[in-house]
Design a protein around this ligand. Structure first.
Ligand code: FE2
Length: 657
């Protein structure tokens, strides 16, 4: 009797499902992609009475429940969707397990505003599955293919670290040499991984956010000759090798130092997901790649000073990030410091009373674990997580490059007097050999100076001024670079909030968090947003802009120059020079074409000539008018961009609220 009832029920369900979706089919153009970035075309047909909200979900691993998608696209992106068929082409990242694709019917009456993404858009409904595709895999190497290759310096000068990811823990190597067809040197890579139980909160440890991160490999290429190009590849005979890449070995004695520096970049995804992603990061990577190629055989490196992938607990976003930066990070060392979006969690070990509003849940439950394992910076700084997770590392360290000493610090862990980081910073700055490196550059995530004076970071700014600024001033720091605020802003040489004349005693501060993330209160009023925060520009702020981009640092023994490159045109829009004599020469907002780095010196001279034309903009009566126009342009641009991808743009809001 029970058997008969079950049989009837099964029959009823199958008849109901097949009659509702009898005709809908979905197929993929290829069953296996070679590598991350390759595209698949997903085609569907037979969708009856198409709805504007019908959608395509991406799933990996393929057995994921319907509401555990990686991301989604609306079918109406295809021009023929109203006819019940269409196609969408998607570049995909290798997540070391197969993908499937499912199409769903979703209608306006089913919108549930209780289930929203990070942008407060409703998450698409999964009640009506129309069809599911076959599985898509990655290449003949499958999970064994090494990907996400990135380089960094170590504490030893004649070395270069290389890290990468693969889907299994079998042995892998790097092989390298000065000739592309003779990679005669080899080193074994150490494989490691982290587990779901190491995540400290949701979404990182939830079934929605967690995915297997694969095995992270780490090895060092040794005995490199200064400033020489090396070729390398990673992998193994049995599991396959990556393509051959190359880099210029670090040159401690190079006459010129070149770096590309920014914060808060994040990554772009070809689909909408649970959290906001950063479309602007595409242009940042593109222009930096242009600059690296223009350098030819000169060494360089990258500094990404916190808020790195913005994965915030959605594991696959880290994969998307590393796939996106690989074209630059496999060519030059990619250095990082920790930001709130890598670390912040309620039980973090250091959370003083005065910072109650400063440290929260921005890390999305990652508590620094992916950051700590996916990068391996010089030094051996670490702090316990207070959980089962491995310690948080890559907190503070330094190295020399040419004429510059670079120091990286953590604003997320204890930096006040008496702590181990404070002692490190003090000792580091006090022992710099200024004969060898006349310039000292400090980098950290949350700014000591910014005119985006958000209340929640007020105390941290005060504590940084109280504890760290005296070290910077007493030890003649040349330049301090900060992120966190998603804007470019340059201050005068400054100490105790007062403009000085020379960088010895008054370091120049720059905020450079403008590489991708677009969620930021703006400085100027906009006609249609009269209630939003407005932060007037004080005289200490020499230049600020809402444009996205990155900075270039070029230094020799006589001069250190920083230029802001705008993503909208790839050109320099602000420059500041710090001379070895102590003089600081302010830049300009004037756009000066700099097709490659060879022209930087010339453009800096041009900037000096146009300086007198600039000050009216930052100080004069034209400020208000310029601000309104600028704000309107920013608002229009971002709103347009987000609506085109199906998102609703929230014009001005604190990132964390
Ligand atoms: Fe931040």
């Amino acid at each position: 009797m029970i058997v008969n009832f079950s049989f009837v029920l099964l029959l009823f369900i199958s008849v109901f499902v097949s009659s509702a979706n009898a005709k809908a089919t979905i197929s993929i153009s290829i069953r296996a992609l070679n590598r991350s970035g390759d595209s698949v075309v997903i085609q569907w047909s037979g969708v009856d009475s198409p709805s504007n909200l019908d959608w395509l979900g991406l799933y990996s691993p393929p057995e994921s429940p319907n509401d555990h998608f990686i991301g989604y696209k609306f079918l109406n992106e295809s021009s023929t969707w109203k006819s019940g068929f269409g196609s969408i082409s998607l570049p995909l990242t290798n997540l070391r397990s197969n993908y499937t694709f499912r199409i769903f019917r979703w209608s306006e009456s089913e919108i549930d505003m209780k289930h929203q993404d990070h942008d407060q858009n409703p998450l698409p409904g999964t009640k009506h599955l129309l069809a599911e595709s076959e599985q898509l895999s990655f290449g003949s190497g499958g999970v064994g293919m090494p990907e996400q290759i990135h380089l960094s310096f170590t504490d030893k000068v004649n070395t270069m670290r290389v890290m990468f990811v693969a889907g299994d823990g079998e042995e892998r190597f790097v092989r390298y040499g000065e000739e592309k067809d003779l990679l005669g040197n080899s080193a074994a890579a150490r494989g490691m991984r982290y587990e779901r139980e190491h995540m400290c909160d949701s979404p990182a440890n939830s079934t929605v956010g967690w995915r297997d991160p694969g095995w992270i490999y780490d090895t060092v290429m040794k005995n490199l000759n200064n400033g020489v190009r090396y070729y390398y590849q990673v992998g193994s005979e049995s599991k396959g090798w990556s393509e051959i890449r190359s880099f210029i070995a670090r040159d401690l004695y190079s006459e010129e130092t070149v770096a590309f520096m920014f914060g808060d970049m994040g990554c772009a995804t070809p689909y909408t997901t649970f959290i906001r992603t950063q479309d602007e990061s595409i242009a940042t990577v593109k222009w930096i790649l242009r600059d690296i190629e223009a350098l030819g055989d000169k060494p360089a490196f990258i500094s990404h000073i916190g808020d790195i992938s913005y994965a915030r607990g959605y594991s696959w976003v880290w994969d998307e990030f590393f796939a996106q930066i690989e074209p630059i990070a496999s060519k030059v060392a990619y250095h990082v410091c920790i930001g709130n979006h890598e670390y912040d969690f309620p039980a973090q070990p250091w959370k003083p009373d005065w910072a109650a509003t400063t440290y929260g849940t921005d890390g999305g439950g990652e508590c620094g674990v992916p950051y700590s394992l996916k990068f391996n910076m010089p030094g051996n700084s670490s702090e316990p997580t207070g959980t089962k997770a491995p310690p948080t590392r890559n907190l503070y360290y330094s190295y020399d490059m040419g004429s510059v000493h670079f120091l990286y610090i953590s604003t997320e862990t204890n930096f006040v007097k008496g702590g181990s980081q404070y002692e490190f910073i003090k000792r580091d700055l006090e022992t710099v050999n200024r004969e060898k490196t006349p310039f000292v550059v400090v980098q950290g995530h949350r700014p000591m100076y910014t005119t985006s004076n958000e209340v929640r970071d007020t105390m941290i700014r005060q504590k940084m001024v109280e504890h760290l600024e005296p070290l910077f001033v007493d030890n003649n720091v040349t330049l301090a670079l900060w992120g966190h605020v998603h804007r470019y802003e340059r201050f005068c040489p400054i100490s105790n909030n007062t403009c000085g004349k020379q960088w010895p005693g008054s370091p120049v501060h720059l905020v450079i968090g403008m590489a991708g993330q677009d969620w930021q209160p703006i400085w100027q009023p906009r006609p249609n947003h009269p209630d939003v925060p407005i932060f007037p520009q004080p005289e200490q702020s020499m230049y600020r802009t809402g444009e996205f981009g990155y900075t270039r640092l070029v230094a020799n023994k006589e001069k250190l120059t920083v230029s802001f490159v705008g993503n909208h045109d790839g050109e320099v829009h602000d420059t500041v020079e710090m001379l070895a004599s102590g003089e600081v020469i302010s830049g300009s907002k004037e756009s000066t074409k700099v097709p490659n780095l060879k022209a930087v010196s010339a453009s800096a001279t041009l900037m000096r000539k146009s300086e007198s034309n600039t000050l009216w903009y930052v100080k004069g009566a034209g400020l208000m008018v310029a601000g309104v126009v600028l704000g309107f342009i920013i608002g229009f641009f971002t709103r347009g961009k987000k609506s085109s991808s199906g998102n609703r743009w929230i014009p001005v809001k604190n990132e964390e609220t």
